[in-house]
Write a protein that binds this ligand. Structure first.
Ligand SMILES: CC(C)=CCC/C(C)=C/CC/C(C)=C/CC/C(C)=C/CC/C(C)=C/CC/C(C)=C/CC/C(C)=C/CC/C(C)=C/COP(=O)(O)OP(=O)(O)O
Length: 291
């Protein structure tokens, strides 16, 4: 049951950006801390699991996961786990996040404590608190920041000890935009339910037709922003990714409705991981050209 609470199919969103950053730092920078690399991966995974648990708990308390829900089953709302079980899991993963995060701060620089505070706040502020980001059209910005910029820029600093360069900034935006699309599908699927419950997502604000346009825009940005790595063989890889993975999922988004969109959501999550693997392949190609 804990597996379903962890929402394993969404975890590539935090693993993929960290993995890509580690390969970049390892190949192109002289200093690489293996311990800090492991700690960054642990913070990313535990923080995402915490935010998934917190989302289950807060949405259950607010009553926004109604019987009309089209998304994946929520174990708490359908009665297959108790509040105590979810709280137990949340405390476990919060402890894991805080311990690995504090160890990382101890190994690097005390100012990263502020990043840790922002991550801890983000875990709860997405669904709860006085100004839930998800209900105020800021969920997409939160995803861009916490699944693109934060894990990539700070993982890089933690493992190399130097500030991120321009290529890493671009890749961080690219991975962030790829993950935003997971939320775009989520909010496209939930459009009617969100309208009823007053959840003002970007798709509710701009209309249902905006979702496929936003999906296409984020998808294109997520590949174009890898441009510092482009050369002939890597461009071929990018074209393969777009034609074999991105466009078929986009077509499904346009044609499917309701619960069928859960498959599109899972495939968008899978694409985040595939894009990071394409990024890694492009890094290896560039590395071979350099040395
Ligand atoms: C004392 C103290 C605070 C210490 C902190 C220690 C600490 C953690 C230090 C960290 C230090 C550093 C520098 C770490 C390195 C950087 C790393 C690796 C950071 C990890 C970043 C990361 C991957 C965060 C993920 C979790 C967070 C904060 C997410 C932001 C919120 C967000 C966008 C959540 C979306 C998730 C959900 C549930 C979406 C779907 O919900 P909903 O819309 O309701 O849909 P549905 O209907 O399906 O339920």
């Amino acid at each position: 049951m804990q597996w379903r609470l962890m929402r394993v199919h969404t975890l590539p969103a935090s693993v993929a950006p960290v993995l890509l950053t580690l390969v970049y730092a390892f190949l192109f920078y002289p200093r690489f801390s293996i311990l800090n690399a492991v700690l960054c991966a642990a913070v990313a995974l535990s923080a995402q699991i915490c935010s998934n648990y917190a989302n289950d708990l807060i949405d259950y308390k607010k009553g926004c996961d109604t019987s009309e829900r089209k998304g994946f089953e929520r174990p708490l709302s359908n009665g297959s786990v108790s509040v105590a079980e979810v709280k137990y899991g949340l405390y476990f993963w919060l402890t894991a996040m805080l311990l690995s995060g504090l160890w990382l701060v101890f190994n690097t620089h005390w100012t990263l404590l502020f990043v840790g505070l922002a991550v801890a706040l983000g875990v709860f502020a997405y669904s709860g608190g006085p100004f839930p980001l998800s209900s105020n059209g800021l969920g997409d910005v939160a995803v861009l920041i916490f699944y693109g910029l934060v894990p990539m820029l700070f993982t890089f600093y933690a493992v190399t000890g130097v500030l991120p360069d321009g290529t890493l900034w671009k890749m961080a935006f690219a991975m962030g935009f790829a993950s935003v699309n997971i939320l775009v599908v989520n909010n496209y699927r939930d459009y009617e339910e969100d309208m009823k419950t007053g959840k003002r997502t970007v798709i509710v604000k701009f209309g249902k037709d905006f979702a496929p346009k936003l999906y296409m825009m984020c998808g294109m940005l997520s590949v174009i922003l890898f441009y510092p790595l482009f050369n002939m063989p890597s461009l071929l890889l990018v074209m393969l990714y777009v034609t074999l993975f991105f466009l078929p999922v986009y077509k499904n988004l346009v044609h499917y409705e309701g619960r069928a969109l859960n498959r599109v959501l899972a495939m968008t999550g899978r694409n985040v991981l595939i894009l990071s693997l394409v990024g890694i392949a492009m890094l290896l190609i560039k590395y071979r050209h350099w040395y």
